[in-house]
Ligand binder design. Structure first.
Ligand SMILES: Cc1cc2nc3c(=O)[nH]c(=O)nc-3n(C[C@H](O)[C@H](O)[C@H](O)COP(=O)(O)OP(=O)(O)OC[C@H]3O[C@@H](n4cnc5c(N)ncnc54)[C@H](O)[C@@H]3O)c2cc1C
Length: 297
């Protein structure tokens, strides 16, 4: 039983921040409540943000895709603008998070603000260079999603509100793939990898490799990304690309900081980062390992 003395609805994002600060006592934001109701924190009141007007999805005049923090995962999964962006990979990830009843109330903002290392939406949003928009009572700040997570269950927010996320127009044309290794869609991920690449005139211009559930926070494997940037697919041989992909996958595994727990061992998780990163990169770059190389490549 969650014992709170007050349940309030905020009407605007600055309102929500003010309400949380004014008290009395300790308050907490509630979006879909799927996490909060499962693990109710000690607090005196709730500020419900579902009526703040931050639940829409739109393309901006610059072509960026803006997703309000209180948008449900179901709406992310079924929205045509999201389906049209980067091959629809974000839609697919949202469509496989938890189960349908959860997705109809759980929000994209709640998934990130919870700050679990295994948050399903984090790797794909990192791979698409998401920017977070944060509001205070009288000001707004934006920062890359990579700077949002500080530690398990800790973000940069403190008592501020996440109002939404923007994916840059440039990401819309990227080839993208992701993989959640888990026993079932409702289980916490054992390992997550998301990759995106931008290729123009046969040259790999942008590479993003993002990992989840293998470090205290979701993270990008920047050293692995660098291994593939500027590779000219018109000039170089496919075998050279396969070797670089194998190098990148091994570097990503090295950048992971997995732990042993009752779900999986750290070394298994690390090796799966290598295997999954290699497979996803080969898929988005359109090259296949030879049979002899198999999954060891
Ligand atoms: C059966 C079940 C299965 C699940 N399966 C998965 C799964 O497969 N993958 C997965 O990643 N998660 C899963 N979850 C966890 C959860 O549903 C998601 O993380 C969900 O997206 C949380 O969103 P919410 O709106 O319900 O968050 P809430 O519970 O409302 O909030 C979560 C936290 O974020 C804070 N918060 C929410 N919105 C904001 C905001 N805009 N600004 C500042 N702080 C905010 C809240 O104060 C709270 O601390 C599952 C949960 C259940 C119950």
């Amino acid at each position: 039983m969650w014992e709170i003395s007050d349940y309030r609805f905020a009407e605007t994002p600055p309102d929500a921040v003010r309400m949380l600060r004014e008290g009395p006592g300790r308050g907490v934001y509630l979006a879909g409540g799927t996490d909060l109701l499962l693990y109710p924190p000690h607090c005196d009141f709730v500020v419900d943000i579902s009526r703040c007007g931050i639940d829409s999805i739109a393309r901006t005049p610059d072509g960026d895709l803006f997703i309000g923090a209180a948008t449900t995962l179901q709406n992310v999964a079924s929205n045509p603008l999201v389906a049209d962006f980067a091959g629809g990979q974000l839609s697919r990830v949202a469509a496989h998070c938890g189960n349908r009843p959860v997705r109809t109330t759980a929000t994209i903002g709640g998934n990130l603000c919870n700050a679990l290392p295994s948050a399903d939406l984090a790797p794909i949003l990192l791979a698409l260079d998401a920017t977070c928009f944060i509001t205070d009572e009288d000001s707004q700040e934006s920062l890359p999603l990579g700077e949002f997570f500080l530690a398990p269950r800790k973000t940069v927010l403190e008592d501020r509100l996440l109002v939404g996320l923007a994916l840059p127009a440039e990401s819309a044309e990227r080839r993208c793939a992701s993989w959640k290794l888990t026993r079932s869609a409702e289980d916490i991920a054992l390992v997550q990898v998301a990759v995106s690449v931008l290729i123009t005139e046969g040259v790999i211009r942008t590479v993003r490799i993002a990992l989840g559930a293998v470090a205290p926070v979701p993270l990008r494997s920047r050293l692995a990304e660098e291994a593939l940037v500027d590779f000219d697919m018109k000039v170089e041989k496919p075998e050279t690309l396969l070797r670089l992909i194998a190098d990148a996958a091994a570097i990503a595994a090295g950048e992971a900081e997995p732990i042993d727990d009752h779900r999986a061992g750290a070394e298994y998780r690390r090796d799966m980062v290598r295997v999954m990163t290699g497979r996803l990169l080969r898929r988005v770059l359109g090259v296949e390992a030879s049979a002899s190389e198999g999954e060891n490549s």
